[in-house]
Design a protein around this ligand. Structure first.
Ligand code: HEC
Length: 151
């Protein structure tokens, strides 16, 4: 093999490794089925209201055991970059990177074992991209830019 062929072979090998390692996590492929299985009992279309309607009558919805609606792509991304910046990340985080080490209060819904919760958290992290717990007034332009949430 001459140098040129060698570098083409190397590029092909490296290229294919990068594609496998960086498998794209998408809403339609990974997150929608996960939300349907783990979140829709309380955040589904039938019973859960829009975010602002929930906030307006919070006690009523809490008494019914319902959260706000998150069962579509448009509803779910509301809780990532804007306007409810970082809400999904704060609630699902396992606490390992936070100040007090406490997981977010939705973390437990990610699975029935720690192994399952970690696996599903990794999917959410891969989907969101830049996993920042910050709010709108704290987040940087670079961190916002890192939020991918592919459909
Ligand atoms: C057993 C019911 C239940 C399940 C299951 C559940 N949630 Fe929740 N969730 C709630 C309720 C009720 C609230 C509102 C009270 C609160 O803020 O904790 C809430 C609040 C939230 C919020 C905060 C929104 C905001 O900014 O006010 C997020 C984000 C969230 N849930 C995400 C999820 C995700 C993702 C899942 C699935 C992995 C999930 N939840 C599973 C009941 C549930």
């Amino acid at each position: 093999m001459n140098i040129r062929t060698t570098s083409i072979v190397a590029a092909l090998v490296l290229g294919s490794v990068a594609i496998v390692a960086g498998e794209e996590i998408t809403y339609s492929g990974h997150i929608a089925p996960l939300v349907a299985a783990k979140c829709s009992a309380c955040h589904g279309a039938e019973a859960a209201p829009e975010y602002h309607a929930f906030k307006k009558e919070k006690d009523k919805w809490l008494a019914k055991g319902q959260g706000m609606r998150m069962d579509s792509y448009s509803h779910l991304i509301f809780y990532t970059a804007w306007p409810d910046t970082g809400a999904l990340m704060r609630r699902l985080d396992d606490g390992k990177n936070g100040k007090d080490g406490k997981p977010g209060n939705m973390y437990r819904h990610l699975g029935s074992s720690e192994e399952e919760r970690q696996k599903n958290l990794a999917l959410f992290k891969g989907w969101v991209g830049s996993w920042s717990l910050k709010r709108w007034n704290e987040i940087s332009r670079e961190e916002l830019d890192g939020i991918k949430v592919r459909y």
